[in-house]
Design a protein around this ligand. Sequence first.
Ligand SMILES: CC(C)(COP(=O)(O)OP(=O)(O)OC[C@H]1O[C@@H](n2cnc3c(N)ncnc32)[C@H](O)[C@@H]1OP(=O)(O)O)[C@@H](O)C(=O)NCCC(=O)NCCS
Length: 338
Amino acid sequence: MDVKRVGIVGTGSFVPEHVLTNFDLEKMVDTTDEWIRTRTGIVERHVASRETSSSDLGVEAARQALKDSAIDPKEIDLIITATITPDMFFPSTACLIQSRLDVPHHIPSFDLSAACSGFVYALEVGRQFILNGTYKTILVVACDTLSKITDWKDRSTCVLLADGAGSAILKEVKGDFGILSTHLAADGRGQDLLHMPGGGSRYPATHETVERGLHFLKMKGNELFKIGVRLMARITRQALSECGLTEEDVSLLIMHQANIRILEAVAKRLEIPMEKVFVNIHKYGNTSAASCAIALDEAVREDRIKEGDIIVLCTMGAGLTWAAMVIRWGGIQMKGSR
Ligand SMILES: CC(C)(COP(=O)(O)OP(=O)(O)OC[C@H]1O[C@@H](n2cnc3c(N)ncnc32)[C@H](O)[C@@H]1OP(=O)(O)O)[C@@H](O)C(=O)NCCC(=O)NCCS
């Protein structure tokens, strides 16, 4: 009997127009283009305007994914949005996105909070719904505007964070294609390494929480760096071995773009050459949940992925959360043109 497989049948991405360069940041905090480039690999990043929210970016990415898949939006029967910078606490950003798309206005739509791992978490939740027969065509949107929770006076974080959105459509695919295995993981004991303490039910927004800067993202970058390298390498190996593959089978490794040195260190541990690692951090910085989704869409657009290729998506972020997904690309017709 054939195994039921779920694949990605369309991708899209969108970043806000405004580009903030390292030279712009030199004028804002005590940093240099040289430090940012050599310590992080980032050259520039896109930052949303005051009026633009995460759902605005998500809607554009979703429209592109729909066009790319050539699927009638009326076929979408579930929307999952991965974000840690929702437009507001409620309604969910997924509901806001649904309201602006030409999808049926009764389909379930919900947000998922897994920080930078959100895209892979959302793909896996969607995959399970298709495997168990509940839904057939799922729109996943990963969108974040980290610039809105950035302390623009803190040089250790503001040079890293940025805005963007990526999207993918999930559907059953034929043959031995599609998602072969996924590993999701979390360790809540790492909560203090990366968090935004204020604005929730622990420290509801008050003048005092704002004065103390609790509404800004806080990060222990150095510790995260070391842990992240270890966790991402390990979970990639686990996901590959679960479907009987090894690092040598990987055609393209698409990781959360947090720091070029993290990408290089993970690739080294896995003995995967950098030619097989997708890198776009120089253009976008760290866009949280959107990062891996934008990278996947760009890899498709740039013809870095061929039918039959083994693609690994690998992420790590606040929670701590981390995840890896192995996909054999193909079994689909991407009919749309963009
Ligand atoms: C944040 C990060 C770039 C810092 O790089 P690092 O090499 O670890 O640097 P350190 O934090 O050890 O700081 C080294 C020095 O640079 C300084 N520094 C920090 N940011 C700076 C900046 N923007 N410009 C210039 N100097 C800076 C520090 O103050 C420190 O100075 P000191 O030695 O005089 O105390 C890096 O740790 C990182 O990318 N971490 C992981 C981030 C991550 O994965 N985040 C999210 C996961 S979703």
